[in-house]
Design a protein around this ligand. Sequence first.
Ligand code: TYC
Length: 113
Amino acid sequence: MTMTPWTSTGQQDDDGDASVVLETRPKTKRPPLYKVMLLNDDFTPMEFVVHVLERFFGMNHAQAFEIMLTVHKKGLAVVGVFSHEIAETKVAQVMDFARRHQHPLQCTMEKEE
Ligand code: TYC
């Protein structure tokens, strides 16, 4: 029987077809995920933050307003969880957009536990 690298055992099912038993513990690890966070400041207008959340994080207006208020009250909030590459892109997009509008809004990323 031909064995593929990702199988441990060749078997036959009751139809006599070739089948395989998968490893119970795959050797491949899922890539880490990254939390993207917005930080509060005293100057960026609330409406601008709501717009950022709608534009870059696909939130509707009510969701965006709620998350903006969480950041405003608590100092920061996670606004999404992404692969490293997507998280980096989101952070860069938000930081660039804020800079171009001359707001001090800060966006950061952190590896998920
Ligand atoms: N604290 C800002 C204000 O009162 C609003 C704000 C919310 C700023 C969230 C940044 O990430 C932020 N205008």
